[in-house]
Design a protein around this ligand. Sequence first.
Ligand code: ATP
Ligand code: MG
Length: 481
Amino acid sequence: MKAVAIDLSHPIFLHVSQAAARLGIDVYVVGGYVRDQLLGRPCKDIDFVTVAPASAHQQHGMELARLTASLIHQDLQVNYFKNFGTAQFRWEGLDLEFVGARKESYMRHSRKPIVENGTLRDDQNRRDFTINALAVSLNSASYGQLIDPFGGLGDLEKKIIRTPLNPDLTFSDDPLRMMRAIRFATQLGFTIHPETFEAIKRNRERIQIVSQERITDELNKIILAPKPSSGFLLLEESGLLRIIFPELQALKGVENYEGKGHKDNFYHTLQVLDNITKVSQDLWLRWAALLHDIAKPQTKKFVEGIGWTFHSHEILGSKMVPKIFARMKLPMGQEMRFVRKLVYLHLRPIALTKEEITDSALRRLLFEAGDDLESLLSLCEADITSKNREKVKRYLIKFEQVRERLKEVEEKDRIRNFQPPITGEIIMQYFGIKPGKEVGVIKEEIKDAILDGKIRNDYDEAFQLMIELGKKLGLKKSDQA
Ligand code: ATP
Ligand code: MG
């Protein structure tokens, strides 16, 4: 046992300690909270594990939660999860969870009844990594002492992710731990111990028994990490990526034809993802970065005289977004629509840098991007990757000009959330017609005329154009109009 300074000054620790003493049981702080304290990371979740004599009944975790809560405040609400033998309550922004130590393998979400009281060591054995198996005593004889049976403290110092027991055993008990290993390595900037990593490779197929929701949670945490590429490289190297995200795996590799190769789209995508990380914390913008080129493998073609092309990959890619979101059990509402839209539009601002920039092209982009313009521009900027630094610089300067021009046009014409001034109802009423093709044609042409600058964004001018367009279509003013 080592004495390591863990900050136990928060009053919760004294309350828990006193309550446990009254109940005649032992209690420890364990897992993520201890790890994060030692790393100096903020942590609002505290897990307490209780240990009682084998003869005691098995609800001591829940009892400790009840007594602690009542010591703090008369009517503090405690939630009990009888099936898991756990109890939880919130206090002062902390999320406090209590569980009795057990013997059987760790299954946070399992419905298996608790079979047997375990020792602290039993409980530490079923944790996933040495750095997550650290415990701190809250018992009077050893208050504040760190119990570290697997060298978790050393692994924290050496920045190593390693399973406490034989990794094949740990991973086959709960294969999600393979994803967790990669997620922690990515979040903390740690290395996975070679033996642990080899075991991930051996056990990778077992990931298929894990629910998609749990896998996606870990994937999102990797995407939200400071340098998500390192997680995806580990997923690829371990062979997990091929199983959980075949579309991303398919981006890897370079084909050569007549001595010409194309960019490796896997590494390019990871670079774009890392780039966007520097300007945004938004999970969905990061997803857009991850998926922006997702249809490149399917659209790849070598064209004589031109080279490698990926024609319409943004269109096919945007169609793949809802399918991938549905399979990953990601939200299918506005988050999905945002990602789909960004994938669809991701070439447009760049295309603008390559031609004479017309107001009309700028207005169209403003109109289509709407409120997502800033996100789209960030994605496009992140998409400018090349080994040639000069080239990147040149592009970025041109891109800055596009930004400026967009701002000018927006200030002048207010197109961003523009709704054409003539609605379908106005058209139908004026010509006395029912909903149908003509209404759509007239609306579209009015919108185009405004975006192209042929008429101003103004009711009277649009109304005049409507009359002319109607005439061309053989429509007449209705008697009721
Ligand atoms: P985070 O809160 O960032 O997800 P964490 O390590 O706190 O990280 P939790 O899911 O909150 O993770 O779990 C708390 C503790 O419970 C972990 O530190 C670990 O000891 C244990 N634990 C969680 N999930 C598992 C698992 N699948 N297998 C083994 N132990 C686990
Ligand atoms: Mg936690």
